[in-house]
Design a protein around this ligand. Sequence first.
Ligand SMILES: [Cu+2]
Length: 188
Amino acid sequence: MGSGKGGKVSWSVAALMVALVAASLALETAAATHVVGGSTGWIIPPNSSFYSDWASTQTFAVGDTLVFNFQTGSHTVDKVTKSGYDDCSTSNLIGSAITTSPASVPLTTAGDHYFICGIPGHCSASQKLSVTVASSPTGASPPTSAAGPSPPGTDGSSAATSLLSGFRTAATFSLATALVFAASFFLL
Ligand SMILES: [Cu+2]
């Protein structure tokens, strides 16, 4: 008898859930901000693998931003080449050193990016960071499914990327469906 009304309520809740999940999906695919070193920030690290350990916990994509937090005057952020990173040399500086905190560095190209602190002695004490940036996982890439056959070998990485993002989307939608059903049952 009262089930009609209850059904109506649960459907609006379901619609709300769908909207929320859609919003969170949009957020998930949006550019991410990575705070280098987490709460430790950009310092002479407590151990030599600190920044590589931190980087290994992150997934970097084109459009993301690195944020270096440090005490202005005590450290700098110098983007360098791989050899500059390996040798702790700022002679291969890319652009100009950033001397004021917080330093926001947009990741605009895929591939490896290298950063060191330009204060003498700091890089050799492991204040250095390398990140591997993937091409944008969603949206910006052209539709590969409609593109027709492409020469083998050249498209491997982007195919893997879209496969990965497909899995991610599928997982998110399964979660959304589960949430909507849970909400409906709860309110009936
Ligand atoms: Cu430093």
